[in-house]
Design a protein around this ligand. Structure first.
Ligand SMILES: CC(=O)N[C@H]1[C@@H](OP(=O)(O)OP(=O)(O)OC[C@H]2O[C@@H](n3ccc(=O)[nH]c3=O)[C@H](O)[C@@H]2O)O[C@H](CO)[C@H](O)[C@@H]1O
Ligand SMILES: [Mn+2]
Length: 346
């Protein structure tokens, strides 16, 4: 065992030794009683991490070194069955990740659509992104809009290394088509532009605001976000497209998670593959006069089923305050701005 110290019935790990004498980090005595944070739904006979627990302020333990017999979060799933991490607050060390990503000098793109009346969301989106999105990195915002001249007049104060590009996007009569066509438009701009300018691209709904950090912990080759309405739902209740004739079809006995189309991303290479797949499926459906139940989100879910994301973002990264308070939700990083659907879409 490592250099642990035995004092008065306490076994102090190096992290606990660090905490000693620091008033807000108190080591806890080893006891058979489950700790207060132990979920009552876990039976008493369930195997428990034998690692010496360190402090009520459990972050102290992890900040200095990881322990192989200790899980950071016991209230949420931290890893998919294909070994992709699920990002929750408290499961990562941002200093380590920042050191890695700064060393690589990554460039990050954030694309969002502001078609027709949705331009009203742009200010809040960019202002809050400046506070919370990839602070300290080179960031390119790509605003895809049918109102190029109008949006170019807007004034945004951007931090160092951050740029905003306004790009022309076609508009469609029906809001459903605007949603569907996002895949085609992202695919085309990825090929023509994004690939040359950024390493990672995130695609976001614009009727949203950032209210806590979204940093490099969220980046990976291909990442998707667990939909805030379905994190606890069983597979048969996921609102996948269930008609076999559709290219978005997912059989009843398949599917891992229900992903939201409001935030996803990856390397530009992966985003090209994803958007190309979805757009091709959408066009094939159109030939047959089929419209997937949740539009491009249905096609995205199909893609993620057969091309598994390398990282999943918890609903911290896409929340809706109408869902209320949830004990497991320690941070609300990116939240929906309430809107009147009829008003804004017509
Ligand atoms: C959080 C989340 O998972 N949202 C999904 C859900 O959202 P929502 O009901 O939130 O869809 P939405 O109205 O936000 O539309 C999606 C996005 O398309 C853009 N837009 C839409 C209409 C328009 O007239 N102008 C315009 O610019 C805008 O960027 C908007 O954020 O269902 C949609 C399809 O039904 C999409 O799959 C959204 O990604
Ligand atoms: Mn939305």
């Amino acid at each position: 065992m490592y250099n642990a110290q035995l004092t008065h019935g306490y076994i102090l790990t190096p992290a606990a030794q660090f905490c000693k004498g620091r008033s807000n980090f108190r080591p806890r005595r080893r006891t058979n009683k489950p700790p207060h944070w132990w979920r009552s739904s876990v039976p008493s006979w369930a195997p428990r991490a034998p690692c010496i627990d360190v402090a009520p302020h459990r972050d102290a333990h992890f900040l200095f070194f990881p322990c192989t017999l200790y899980s950071r979060r016991t209230d949420v799933l931290m890893m998919t069955p294909w070994f992709a991490p699920i990002v929750w607050n408290g499961t990562y060390n941002i200093d380590i990740l920042n050191a890695q990503f700064h060393q690589r000098g990554v460039r990050i793109g954030l694309a969002m659509f502001a078609i027709k009346k949705y331009v009203v969301f742009l200010h809040t989106f960019i202002e809050t992104a400046e506070k919370f999105f990839m602070v300290g990195y080179n960031v390119n915002y790509y605003v895809l809009t049918d109102r190029v001249e109008e949006v170019r007049q807007y004034n945004f104060t951007l931090g160092q290394g951050r740029h905003l590009t306004v790009l022309k996007a076609p508009t469609y009569k029906r809001w459903q088509d605007i949603c569907f066509r996002r895949m085609e438009i992202i695919r085309n701009y990825t090929r023509e532009l994004f690939t040359n300018e950024v390493d990672y691209l995130a695609v976001a709904d614009i009727d949203m605001k950032f209210s806590d950090d979204v940093g490099v912990e969220s980046l990976s080759d291909l990442f998707g976000t667990i939909h805030p309405g379905y994190y606890a739902a069983q597979r048969q209740h996921f609102t996948y497209e269930r008609r076999p004739a559709s290219k978005a079809y997912i059989p009843k006995d398949e599917g891992d998670f229900y992903y939201a189309a409001g935030y996803f991303g990856g390397t530009t290479e992966e985003i090209f593959k994803l958007t190309n797949y979805c757009h091709t499926g959408i066009m094939a459906d159109r030939e047959k006069n089929i419209e997937a139940v949740w539009h491009e989100e249905s096609h995205l879910n199909r893609y993620f089923l057969y091309h598994k994301p390398t990282k999943l973002l918890s609903p911290e990264y896409l929340w809706d305050n109408r869902m209320g308070e949830r004990g497991f939700l320690k941070r609300r990083r990116f939240v929906a701005v309430p809107k009147n659907h009829n008003e804004i879409r017509n």
